[in-house]
Design a binder for this molecule. Structure first.
Ligand code: 6GU
Length: 240
């Protein structure tokens, strides 16, 4: 998959994309992530990308020209059809199902805005999908773009070492063929079960005996019970 990120702050995004799983996904050939500076597509000598709103009011508005020109130039850099995504608090709220859908596409072009908003003709002319990462306001779309890229790339085949690595995350759907649980039960969305590693006792707190038993059937059953209990306590809304 190729992901382009159009932003006023590529220097804020690039180190994030170079680290950890995302860095490895790129060096392993699973993903190509390219940041583009919107200011490079400004057409005046001050490199202006925003202007005051017609009709008055506070703040500045992202101008059409630089965004349209950038999208045009970036899309020509690769033959794959790019799915355009505008990051905005007005967009569809991101969830795991959206990430899974995006992970199946060949190419994404994320557009991170700043200032009070985008000239409405960016929406009308470029017809992007619009995504929000939650019901709160950030000063710009960069953090949201990083969230989307992270959430998508870790789902690409071969990115997580263990093929099933993402299958039992919180918010992933438990599937009948699940290797970790081995259980053939109907699909459900649960928070993840509690995990433990060495030492067996820490500050007087012990690892549950069942996890040391070696009985993988019993362990799978315990984990599913714990996941259900945790989900019921913390996120009853997920239990339909
Ligand atoms: Cl995508 N952008 C901004 N500026 N604020 C947000 C957001 C996006 N999602 C939640 N808040």
């Amino acid at each position: 998959m190729r992901i382009d990120v159009l932003t006023l702050f590529p220097e804020a995004c690039e180190p994030f994309f170079a680290a950890s799983i995302l860095g490895r996904a790129q060096s392993g050939g699973n993903a190509t992530i390219v940041c583009h500076n919107l200011r490079d597509y400004a057409t005046d000598r001050h490199n202006t990308v925003d202007d005051r709103p017609f009709g008055g009011g506070p703040g500045m508005v992202m101008m059409c020209g630089p965004v349209f020109d950038a999208v045009d130039a970036i899309e020509k850099q690769d033959e794959r059809q790019a799915t355009r995504i505008l990051l905005t608090p007005q967009g569809r709220r991101l969830d795991q199902a959206v990430l899974e859908e995006l992970a199946g596409l060949p190419r994404l072009l994320l557009i991170a805005g700043h200032y009070e908003g985008f000239d409405e003709r960016i929406r009308l002319g470029l017809a992007p999908r619009e995504l929000s990462i939650g019901d709160y306001v950030l000063s710009g779309g960069e953090a949201a773009a990083m969230v989307v890229v992270d959430g998508v790339v870790r789902l690409l085949p071969g990115v997580l070492g263990d093929e099933q690595g993402a299958a039992e995350d919180s918010f992933s759907v438990f599937r009948g063929e699940s290797r970790k649980t081995g259980a053939a039960t109907p699909t459900e969305t649960l928070l993840e079960y509690p995990q433990y590693t060495r030492p067996r006792v820490y500050h007087g707190m012990e690892v549950p005996e069942i996890l040391l038993s070696g009985d993988h059937g019993k362990i799978a059953e315990w984990r599913r019970e714990q996941a259900r209990k945790r989900t019921a306590e913390r996120r009853p809304d997920l239990l339909r």
